[in-house]
Design a protein around this ligand. Structure first.
Ligand code: AP5
Length: 209
């Protein structure tokens, strides 16, 4: 069974790798960031509440995140496995997850901080289909336009430098302690996430095989 958590700092490539691996393994990619951004775009009350936290790079309160993830984790397509990307992000979330399901692997995406800042400042996203690009490593065919639907690509509000600094700080204070939490349980595997995407995918497959 593949019940997998991707743990790593912002910009480490978790979403990029989760898309590839979830397709290969036939399991859902559950990203709390994507679920929250969809709620913000749909202007739901939860999205309205989450928006300010996300823009500034702080964690959204646990109750809101669990509200949005809970049902999805228990849905039929997640019974055979899942890739959790962006959850858990603090010890309280990890303990809640432990009460709900058993995990098979936790992958720690490891990468130098300067590379994270480079990747995040060059990330652009499509507001219609959510495709993710990078001005350096994955540029669109037509500058500034999505390859799939031609929409104008945007920068995520939390990819601006002030929010990036907060996100890196939040990661090291609140999320990084989970590495030890999962290491002690024997679930943690380290992934060198600094190479080109295909190299990282190959290494990831070997850790999950
Ligand atoms: P979330 O969306 O989860 O953001 P994150 O963890 O900060 O991760 P990112 O999406 O920034 O990066 P990634 O690792 O997925 O990198 P990507 O593959 O895109 O969360 C956003 C916010 O939501 C949080 O700050 C918080 O407010 C809230 N939130 C979410 N979950 C929460 C929770 N559980 N509790 C509380 N709050 C929560 O790649 C980055 C860029 O690099 C892209 O441009 C990509 O094309 C490029 N790239 C990828 N791989 C490579 C490579 N190997 N080489 C070169 N470029 C690459």
């Amino acid at each position: 069974m593949h019940r997998i958590v991707f743990l790593g700092p912002p910009g480490a490539g978790k979403g990029t790798q989760a898309l590839v691996l979830a397709r290969e393994l036939g399991i859902p990619h559950l990203s709390t960031g994507d679920l929250l951004r969809a709620a913000v775009a749909a202007k739901t009350p939860l999205g309205h509440e989450a928006d300010g936290y996300m823009r500034s790079g702080r964690l959204v309160p646990d109750g809101l995140v669990l509200g949005i993830l809970g049902e999805r984790l228990e849905s039929a397509d997640a019974r055979e496995g899942f890739i959790l990307d962006g959850f858990p992000r603090n010890l309280a979330q990890a303990e809640t997850l432990e009460r709900r399901t058993q995990l098979d692997r936790v992958i720690s995406f490891e990468i130098p901080a300067e590379e994270l800042v480079r990747r995040l400042s060059a990330r652009r996203v499509c507001p219609l289909c959510q495709s993710v690009y990078n001005l350096v490593s994955r540029p669109p065919r037509t500058p500034g336009r999505c390859d799939r639907d031609g929409a104008e690509l945007l920068q995520r509000p939390d990819d601006r430098p002030e929010a990036v600094a907060t996100r890196l700080e939040v990661y090291s204070v609140q999320t990084a302690p989970l590495l030890e939490f999962y290491r002690r349980k024997g679930l943690l595997r380290a992934l060198d996430a600094s190479g080109v995407p295909d190299e990282v995918t190959r290494h990831l497959r070997s850790l999950l095989g």
